[in-house]
Write a protein that binds this ligand. Structure first.
Ligand code: ADP
Ligand code: MG
Length: 269
C-alpha cells in the first residue's frame, strides 16, 4: 500500500465510550449512553437520528466545546478533552472549523470581515487575512457580496459565508450541526454540493449532524443515533436491525428512506 493510500484511510477522530447526562435541578436528561465511533481522514460523515437522539451533544464533545461525564475523544491521536479551557480553545482554533444551523456570523462585521476574523485570531497580519478572505469569498462564489453584513444576505448566502469561515484556515476537520435546517431545499442542495466539493478538493474531513435526507444520501457513511447510542454505522446490512426492519420491511431504495420512512411518506403525499 502506498503512503498516500495509508494517509487516506488514517483514523482522524476516535470516540470511546462517551456518556453525558444533563441535569435540570434533580431531573436527569441522559444525552449519550456509551457512544463509540471512528472517523477516517477525508470522510464525509453524517450523524443522523431523530431530534433528541444526541447528535448535537456528540458533535460538541467531539469539538471539545463540552466535556463528557465519561469517555474520551482523540483527534489526530491527541486527547482533546484534556487540558485547560484555553488550551482546548487553541486546539479548536488550529484544527477545527464549525458550521451551525443558525449560521452564527458576527452581525456587526461584513462577510469578508467574518471570514478574516479566524485568521486574525491566529495572529496573522491584517493584509494576509483579508487576502485569504477574498480567496474564500471567491471559493464560495460570493466575491460580489463581501462588503455586506449578515442581515443584508439571504440564509443561503450567510451559510456560504459560514462555510468559508469554517474552511478559511484549512482545518483538518469541519463539524457542522444541522447546516441545511434553515434553508429551502434548493439552497440546501447547493450548500451540500459546495461542502462535498470542498471535502474532495481539500481532503477536509466533514462530520455533519443532520436528518436531511439529501445530506444523508450524499454521505460516505452514516452513523445513525437513537437514545444516545449508535444504532447503525455505515450502510445497514441485511438483516436490518429489528426496529428498522419493522418500519421498512420492503427495503426501500435509499439509506435515508430506510432510516426515516415517515419523512418520505410526508414528502410523497
Ligand atoms: N443543555 C441541556 N440541558 C438539558 N438537557 C439537554 C441539554 N442539551 C441536550 N439535552 C438533552 O439531551 C438529549 C440529546 O440532545 P441533543 O444532543 O441536542 O440531540 P439532537 O441534536 O439529536 O437533537 C435530549 O434529550 C436533550 O433534551
Ligand atoms: Mg441537535
Amino acid at each position: 500500500m502506498t503512503k498516500d493510500r495509508d494517509e487516506n484511510t488514517q483514523e482522524i477522530i476516535r470516540v470511546k465510550d462517551l456518556f453525558k447526562c444533563f441535569w435540570t435541578g434533580k431531573v436527569a436528561h441522559p444525552a449519550l449512553n456509551g457512544v463509540n465511533c471512528a472517523i477516517r481522514k477525508g470522510e464525509f460523515v453524517v450523524l443522523a437520528g431523530r431530534s433528541g437522539s444526541g447528535k448535537s451533544t456528540l458533535l460538541s464533545i467531539m469539538g471539545g466545546l463540552e466535556l463528557p461525564d465519561k469517555g474520551s475523544v482523540s483527534i489526530c491521536g491527541k486527547n482533546v478533552l484534556q487540558g485547560s479551557k484555553d488550551q482546548r480553545a487553541l486546539f479548536r482554533l488550529r484544527h477545527l472549523g464549525f458550521i451551525f444551523q443558525a449560521f452564527n456570523l458576527i452581525q456587526v462585521l461584513t462577510a469578508r470581515e467574518n471570514i478574516a476574523y479566524v485568521c486574525q485570531l491566529q495572529g496573522h497580519s491584517r493584509e494576509a487575512c483579508f487576502r485569504n478572505a477574498d480567496r474564500w469569498l471567491h471559493e464560495v462564489e460570493l466575491s460580489e457580496l463581501g462588503e455586506r453584513r449578515p442581515d443584508q444576505l439571504s440564509g443561503g448566502e450567510q451559510q456560504r459565508v459560514a462555510v468559508a469561515r469554517a474552511l478559511a484556515m484549512t482545518p483538518e476537520i469541519v463539524l457542522a450541526d444541522e447546516p441545511t435546517a434553515n434553508l429551502d431545499s434548493n439552497t440546501a442542495r447547493n450548500l451540500i454540493a459546495l461542502m462535498r466539493r470542498l471535502n474532495q478538493q481539500y481532503g477536509t474531513t466533514f462530520v455533519i449532524a443532520s436528518h436531511d435526507p439529501v445530506l444523508i444520501d450524499s454521505a460516505d457513511r452514516v452513523i445513525a443515533m437513537e437514545d444516545g447510542r449508535v444504532i447503525v454505522d455505515g450502510e445497514p446490512v441485511e438483516p436490518l436491525p429489528v426496529d428498522l426492519a419493522k418500519i421498512c420491511p420492503s427495503k426501500p431504495a435509499s439509506l435515508s428512506q430506510r432510516l426515516f420512512p415517515w419523512r418520505n411518506r410526508a414528502e410523497n403525499g
